[in-house]
Design a protein around this ligand. Structure first.
Ligand SMILES: [Zn+2]
Length: 111
């Protein structure tokens, strides 16, 4: 999957088809034709260019849409494990429990 769509732009001088990245194809922008070596304007006043420009706009919109979707998928909330820091009082209580149980056991052994 490519996110950099290429748009075919026709050179108004020699009609050569130039592949240009969609993000560069904007009204008022320019493109270089390597065939006739001329710089030409992406003039929305020209019918064919207007179609090309709207094609580029659609490609940019698609790209944005895909990125938004990807981002939404990546940012799925990962449930954090329910942890809480162990406190010294917890440790001491556990230790107390253990000692109490040992007492009970040794009393039983003696008894
Ligand atoms: Zn040309």
């Amino acid at each position: 999957m490519t996110t950099n769509a290429l748009i075919s732009v026709a050179c108004p001088h020699c009609n050569a088809e130039i592949l240009q990245r969609a993000k560069l194809v904007r009204a008022g922008g320019q493109a270089w034709c390597p065939d006739c070596e001329s710089l030409f304007e992406l003039d929305p006043g020209i019918e064919a260019m207007r179609r090309t420009l709207s094609e580029a706009r659609a490609a940019r919109r698609d790209r944005k849409q895909r990125i938004t979707e990807m981002r939404a998928r990546w940012s799925d909330p990962v449930p954090a494990p329910p942890t809480r820091p162990m406190l010294m009082s917890d440790v001491l209580r556990t230790l107390d429990d253990l000692l109490a149980r040992m007492d009970t056991l040794s009393q039983r052994e003696r008894g």
